[in-house]
Design a protein around this ligand. Structure first.
Ligand code: AMP
Length: 349
């Protein structure tokens, strides 16, 4: 991993008045560019050739400048750093850059240690446990005794997952594959709360040295399981799959919000203890069972696509901000404030 000193050195050469927000044109980039624009920050979209025209369809979310690349695994670090860019990580960026993400020679919003902890499932579960979250059991494939979701490696939005109920079934579909885990299948309602942790603020819901905000909650649409009732009613039997295709809004019973904030606080404070914190956006993926208990099965240490439902704010940001506040805009607000207070080092690594 590139050292924090090296990133601070690059940042110290930046012109604070010309900071730009950069991201790969995918996942949640429309929202990131739109939010930056609302805050008067210029943007750079890293794009595969030919994809620029998609952004012509959304003029208020079109990046000010495109850098086209042939291979997303090779980001133009030098060019970005020369243009005062802060890179915002999202699911596609994490997937494209893989293990190389932590070595990128360009300032990244957040703490790149958290992305490394998210990448490695063993570490991610250690972090969630340290946060005090209730979690489903991870089961040794040879001892599968109940329905389990088998998860393939990487952030591919559930692609390739499958439910198995015995060691034989596991062996039939995943035998010999590396990095695959079997996790107890959780029954209940899925809820994916989106948080923003600011170490710069001393008001609001106090967490670690700063404050924690709840910017929204979504539920995902996954193919084919989320339209399974239609298939079943049509009399067709099928194997459920979990490939994420979109997101929808969820508002929780107000009595559950205490648990939502507690879980977020646990994640932030455990991140402080384990690897130096998690400034910026993150999400906890949960299932709420019939006894109103939350079970968390994953943490995303970055903006998640579920926030795309709220380009003009959510049913929760309405109670926090006078103006429409998306996660993209919240990120831009934080960068602007940190630059003004000369505290970029607190939110960037
Ligand atoms: P993930 O890659 O962990 O975000 O999972 C993709 C999707 O698989 C989730 O959005 C859930 O719908 C489903 N899923 C993952 N883990 C579980 C679990 N333990 N029980 C039930 N569904 C799960």
């Amino acid at each position: 991993m590139i050292s924090k000193e090296r990133i601070s050195e690059i940042l110290s050469g930046y012109d604070a008045k010309k900071l730009k927000i950069a991201s790969i044109c995918s996942h949640s980039s429309l929202q990131l560019f739109h939010g930056a624009r609302q805050e008067g920050i210029k943007t750079i979209g890293i794009c595969a050739e030919g994809r620029e025209e998609i952004y012509d369809a959304f003029p208020l979310a079109r990046p000010d400048r495109f850098i086209t690349v042939e291979d997303m695994r090779n980001l133009p670090e030098g060019e970005l750093a020369a243009d005062n860019a802060i890179l915002i990580p999202h699911g596609s960026l994490v997937e494209y850059t893989g293990a190389g993400l932590v070595d990128l020679e360009v300032p990244i919003l957040g703490n790149r240690h958290s992305l490394a902890w998210e990448r490695d499932r063993t570490k991610m579960f250690e972090w969630m446990k340290a946060a005090g979250l209730q979690m489903p059991e991870t089961i040794d494939p040879k001892k599968i005794d109940r329905p389990c979701v088998v998860k393939t490696p990487g952030a591919k939005g559930g692609m390739g997952y499958r439910v198995v109920a015995s060691p034989e079934e596991f062996e039939e579909h995943f035998g010999g594959q590396i990095g695959v885990i079997a996790q107890e299948y959780l029954i209940g309602v899925r809820a994916y709360p989106h948080y923003f942790y600011s170490p710069l603020s001393k008001d609001g819901y106090r967490t670690a040295e700063g404050k924690l905000e709840l910017l929204g909650i979504d539920r995902r649409f996954e193919s084919n399981i989320d339209e399974a009732y239609r298939t079943s009613i049509a009399g067709i039997t099928f194997k459920p799959s979990f490939t994420v295709v979109g997101n929808e809004l969820l508002v929780l019973r107000e009595s559950l919000l205490g648990d939502v904030m507690d879980m977020g606080k646990g994640i932030v404070e455990a991140a402080e203890r384990l690897f130096g914190g998690i400034p910026g956006p993150f999400c906890i993926e949960t299932v709420i069972d019939e006894n109103m208990q939350f079970y968390a099965f994953e943490v995303s240490a970055r903006i998640v696509a579920g926030t795309n439902i709220f380009p003009l704010g959510s049913p929760y940001t309405a109670f926090t901000y006078e103006e429409p506040m998306s996660m993209g805009r919240r990120i831009a607000v934080e960068i602007k404030r940190a630059a003004k207070e000369k505290k970029l080092g607190k939110i960037i690594y």
